[in-house]
Ligand binder design. Structure first.
Ligand code: 4AD
Ligand code: MG
Length: 429
C-alpha cells in the first residue's frame, strides 16, 4: 500500500478519495460527538476527525490516545475550510503502531528543559524545519563546489598543532601522547591543494570555547575551501557566490519550512552578489556613528558586528584587519604591512559567518608570525613544506554552517541551528 505524505494530501490532489496516512499525534481535542487529532509527519500537519456516532470504539481510541503515538489512519480526505490547511481526513480506521504515554514535552516549558529532552524536542515543527533547511545548505554547498571543479577531501580530526590559537584547542589523550581535536583543516588544506588544486571539506571542528555566547558552540560543522592561484578578489567573489547559491537553494527547497519559521523565501532570493564591502577602518567609522568608541587593533565582537550589520540589508564583507590579531597564515597586504588581505563576512543579526584570506607566501613572514603567536615552528614543519616546495599564491575560507543556518532561520541562538548542540555546559543528550 502507498502512504502519501501530508504535504501531498494538503495539495488537494486526492480530495474525496480514501487515503491511508502514517504519522504521529501532535495535538488532540474532543467534544462529545467528535474527536480531532492533528497528525504530523516530516512534511506537515493535517487534521483528522473521528465521529463518535459512526464508530464508538475508534472514537475512544482517538479520545484517549497519547501525544506522539504513531498511527496509521485510513479515511476520506475532504476539503473543509475550518480545518487548518483546508483539508481534513474523516477517519474510518485507526491502527496504533506505537503507543505513547506521558510524552514529556507539553506547552510552555523552559529552554533548559527542552535542551534536556532535545532528542524529543527534535520532533517539533521548529526543529524539523531547521533540519530540512540545514540539509539544503549542505546540498547547495556540495552542488556549487562540484560545479566549480572542487575536489572534496577529508582532513584528520586528531592533530598535533592548532591554527586558530591555543586557547580553544581541545586536548585529548592519544595513548601515551597528548594531541588536539581539529579546530580547522587549515594546515592540511594548504597541503591538499598541491595535489588537487581546488579543495573543500565539510567536517566537524572543535573549539574549547569557555565563553557562553549565543553564537559559539564547542563542536560545529565547518565548511572550508582552499584553492591554488586564487587571489584576494577571486576569494571574495567565491564567498558571495556560495552564499547566494545557499540562499537560492533554501528558498527553492524550503518554502514550507521558512514559512513555519516566519521567514520570507522571497527575501532570500534578493541575497545576490555584489555584497557590500568595507575595510576594518571603515567598520570602526560606522561604529563611531553609533556612538561606540572602538579601540583600533581589537577584534570585532558580537555586539559590534551586529551594529555594523544594521547598516546593510545583505551580508557585509569586512576586509583588512590589523595584522597583530590575524592568524600566522594570513597574507600581509603588500600595499599596507599593518593589515592582512583577510575578509570576514558578517550576516545581519548573527555577525561573522565566514572567515577567509589570501595566504602568506613569504616563508620569513610566516616564521615571524609564528614566533609572535608563541608557536613552535618545529610543530609546523610539515605545514612549512607547502612554502618550501613549489609555493604558489592561494586563498581560502571557513564557514560555520550552524551560523548560516541560524541566520537563515532567524534564530537568536546557534543552539537551535544544531540537532544536539554541545557547549561548555552541555554534552548530553
Ligand atoms: O574564524 P575561524 O576560527 O577561522 C578558521 O578556522 C579558518 N582556518 C578558516 C579557513 O580559512 N579555512 O572559523 C571559521 C568560521 C567562523 O567564521 C564561524 O562561522 C565558525 O567558523 N566558527 C564557529 N561556529 C560555531 N561555534 C564556534 N565556536 C565557532 N568558531 C568559529
Ligand atoms: Mg574568525
Amino acid at each position: 500500500m502507498k502512504f502519501p505524505q501530508i504535504r501531498e494530501l494538503l495539495s488537494g490532489k486526492r480530495v474525496d478519495k480514501t487515503v491511508s496516512l502514517r504519522g504521529w499525534v501532535a495535538r488532540k481535542r474532543s467534544s462529545k460527538k467528535v474527536a480531532f487529532l492533528t497528525i504530523r509527519d516530516s512534511t506537515g500537519r493535517i487534521q483528522v476527525s473521528v465521529n463518535r456516532e459512526a464508530n464508538e470504539e475508534m472514537y475512544n481510541i482517538a479520545d484517549s490516545i497519547g501525544y506522539e503515538a504513531a498511527l496509521i489512519i485510513t479515511g476520506k480526505l475532504v476539503a473543509d475550510t475550518r480545518a487548518p490547511g483546508g483539508y481534513e481526513i474523516r477517519a474510518e480506521k485507526i491502527v496504533v503502531v506505537g503507543k505513547s504515554e506521558n510524552f514529556p514535552i507539553t506547552k510552555d516549558q523552559s529552554q533548559e528543559f527542552l535542551l534536556d529532552v532535545r532528542h524529543l524536542a527534535l520532533r517539533s515543527q521548529r526543529l524539523t524545519a531547521m533540519l530540512k533547511i540545514r540539509s539544503s545548505v549542505f546540498e547547495a554547498i556540495h552542488n556549487y563546489m562540484r560545479k566549480e571543479g572542487y575536489t572534496e577531501v577529508q582532513p584528520p580530526m586528531f592533530t598535533t598543532a592548532g591554527s586558530e590559537g591555543g586557547s580553544t584547542l581541545f586536548k585529548v589523550k592519544y595513548f601515551d601522547k597528548e594531541v588536539f581535536l581539529s579546530q580547522s583543516w587549515q594546515l592540511y588544506a594548504e597541503n591538499f591543494i598541491y595535489a588537487v588544486e581546488k579543495a573543500y571539506t565539510i567536517a566537524p571542528s572543535f573549539r574549547a570555547e569557555k565563553s557562553k555566547t549565543a553564537r559559539h558552540v564547542t563542536e560545529y560543522w565547518h565548511y572550508e575551501v582552499e584553492a591554488t592561484w586564487l587571489e584576494f578578489e577571486g576569494l571574495l567573489k567565491l564567498m558571495e557566490n556560495v552564499i547566494a547559491a545557499i540562499c537560492k537553494n533554501v528558498a527553492k527547497k524550503n518554502d514550507y519550512e521558512l514559512k513555519v519559521l516566519g521567514r520570507d523565501p522571497q527575501a532570500l532570493l534578493k541575497i545576490t552578489p555584489p555584497f557590500p564591502r568595507i575595510t576594518y577602518d571603515e567598520a570602526i567609522d560606522l561604529l563611531k556613528q553609533k556612538d561606540i568608541e572602538f579601540q583600533y587593533g581589537k577584534d570585532l565582537g558580537a555586539h559590534e558586528e551586529r551594529l555594523i550589520g544594521t547598516f546593510f540589508d545583505k551580508p557585509v564583507i569586512v576586509t583588512r584587519y590589523p595584522r597583530e590579531i590575524m592568524a600566522f597564515y594570513k597574507k600581509v597586504d603588500p600595499k599596507n604591512p599593518k593589515v592582512c588581505l583577510n575578509a570576514n563576512m558578517l550576516a545581519p543579526e548573527v555577525g561573522e559567518i565566514i572567515d577567509g584570506s589570501e595566504r602568506e607566501s613569504d616563508m620569513d613572514k610566516i616564521l615571524e608570525s609564528l614566533e609572535q603567536e608563541g608557536l613552535d615552528p618545529k610543530e609546523y614543519d610539515f605545514y612549512l613544506d607547502t612554502r618550501r616546495y613549489g609555493s604558489v599564491p592561494h586563498s581560502g575560507f571557513g564557514m560555520g554552517i550552524a551560523r548560516v543556518v541560524m541566520w537563515l532561520c532567524g534564530f537568536d541562538t546557534i543552539k537551535d541551528a544544531i540537532a544536539f548542540p554541545r557547549t561548555m555546559a552541555r554534552v548530553k543528550p
